[in-house]
Design a binder for this molecule. Structure first.
Ligand code: GLU
Length: 318
């Protein structure tokens, strides 16, 4: 799948060559001046807009980064993948009776579709779907937050990954729309646990802070048929890894998922903290971070970096 691009007689995938390419791509991205840092969660608005990072982790264990790749940030909706993994494991196919697997074509926090569709969210990558998944975790795990945290720490091999309590509290204080989604689903009988407990789990999970290096390491199993290349542990079945990648391809980039598939061609997930992860099956993971968001809620520079890299290396899965 990856083109064997040759530079000076050496593969572009050789660490030094890849680093040079990432540096060029990051410098080009810094000329993109669209976008605005998310401010509907006040704690996110305090993040400096000029952070920029790009990491590539390949399945042979090589991690190549440029920019602020060890600085941690609020991963926001990227955390939806972690919650989904645990819910798929616990619920198996019955999960899909409570959440669909279709693109929404609506903003990530839209309410109208949920009313029309009687409280069944379109997919687990929009807020309603992730709140539903949070309900599954709260209902089926005695300590849902610990279950997520220990999984995340294990995946990225860093025991100090934590949640930013200021972001968590800030989201709770400004979470009226998410609360509306949750109560609407409850009214249709699609939330089992106490709504406030479910929302607390959801906001907590969104406030996980990680770096692009953490993210790239964490999601390597999705590029490797469900198996962590570092530990050799089977994190999800191959089938579930395929299913998660399918959902990321159709719904991971908000209502810009179609354009992302068209111009980049990789399963990916973004968050309003400005992070994006893109999965390159059988190759590795690209993680990018830059806080200013375009009108769809995707990092403007992050999109530019991943598109540029994927196009130069011929990474599209299509
Ligand atoms: N915590 C954010 C919210 O619920 C997540 C949004 C996102 O990253 O897409 O609005």
């Amino acid at each position: 799948m990856t083109q064997d691009v040759i530079s000076g007689g050496q593969s572009i995938h050789a660490p030094d060559n890849l680093k040079t390419l990432l540096q060029t791509i990051l410098q080009q991205a810094l000329t993109v001046n669209d976008g605005k840092v998310a401010d509907y969660i006040p704690a996110l608005a305090e993040v400096k807009s000029d952070y920029c990072a790009l990491t590539v982790a390949t399945l042979d264990g090589q991690v190549t980064s440029v920019g602020d790749a060890t600085a941690t940030f609020s991963i926001q909706s990227i955390s939806k993948i972690f919650g989904l993994m645990l819910a798929m494991e616990r619920m198996s196919d019955s999960l899909w009776e409570r959440v669909q697997m279709e693109p929404s074509g609506q903003p990530f926090n839209s309410i109208v579709q949920l009313e029309w569709e009687r409280g069944i969210p379109r997919n687990p990558m929009i807020n309603a779907g992730a709140i539903l998944v949070s309900d599954v975790l709260v209902s089926h795990y005695s300590a849902s937050k610990s279950a997520v945290l220990s999984m995340v720490r294990g995946l990225c091999n860093r025991d100090t990954v934590c949640v930013d309590s200021r972001v968590h509290e800030s989201e709770k204080d400004h979470g009226a729309r998410n609360a509306a989604l949750a109560y609407l689903m409850k009214s249709f009988g699609n939330i089992e646990s106490d709504v406030e407990e479910v929302l607390d789990h959801y906001f907590w999970q969104c406030a996980l802070t990680m770096s692009t290096e953490d993210l790239a390491r964490s999601f390597a199993f999705l590029a490797n048929r469900g198996k962590c290349p570092r530990s050799g542990n089977q994190i999800t079945s191959h089938r579930d890894a395929q299913r998660i990648n399918a959902l990321l391809s159709t719904s991971g980039m908000y209502d810009q998922s179609g354009q992302f598939a068209f111009t980049v061609g990789l399963p990916a997930k973004s968050g309003v903290g400005g992070g994006i992860v893109a999965i390159v099956p059988d190759y590795g993971v690209i993680a990018a971070w830059s806080p200013p968001l375009n009108s769809f809620g995707n990092s403007a520079r992050g999109m530019a970096m991943i598109r540029n890299l994927a196009n130069q290396l011929g990474l599209s899965v299509y």
